[in-house]
Design a protein around this ligand. Sequence first.
Ligand SMILES: Cc1cc2nc3c(=O)[nH]c(=O)nc-3n(C[C@H](O)[C@H](O)[C@H](O)COP(=O)(O)O)c2cc1C
Length: 180
Amino acid sequence: MKRVAILSWPLGGNTRLVADKLIRQFTFYNEEDIKAEKLDFLSVSEGKLRPFDVIIIGGSTVETEDNWLKADETTKWSTFFDIIRFADLTGKKAAVFAIGNQKAYPDNFADGMSELKTVLEQKGAKIIGHWPTDDYDFFDSRSIEGEKFIGLVIDQENQPELTDRRIIDWVDQLVVEIGN
Ligand SMILES: Cc1cc2nc3c(=O)[nH]c(=O)nc-3n(C[C@H](O)[C@H](O)[C@H](O)COP(=O)(O)O)c2cc1C
């Protein structure tokens, strides 16, 4: 059985909505094959990540520099990066997701997850879950490699009607890629 950890920040808002939907979507697969669990972002440690085969991490892009690199009351990403710096993720697979707003931030759409991917890869994880950019309308994003996003992108403010379909399709894709 493959164990999947899902971690996200912030703990509320659209990020929580998406994280909860992801967890729920995994329950439609056979638990003997694959099981997803939500890990508490605030108390995560190397030891807690160790038993998992796959780590999925995401969050909302809220002004990249502040959100990802500054540790204060509004963001815990720096703390998380400090923890992950000591983790060995060799042999694990990892996927990232971002919540963004393509109309309000067309030049930085879903930028945040690029930092996450970099850190996960540096620690030895293999990134899965690349996602097509079709059906989004924006100008630029740091989260694109080649023709694709490096992970799932959800725009709950402009395209809420596409969220459920995107999550179903992404989890379907992940399940295949986890099995490979
Ligand atoms: C101050 C601020 C800055 C933001 N910056 C970006 C950005 O750079 N790129 C982007 O795609 N979305 C950006 N957003 C949009 C958020 O990612 C979007 O509102 C998201 O749904 C918030 O999710 P949350 O409720 O989980 O925080 C920003 C929102 C705020 C309030």
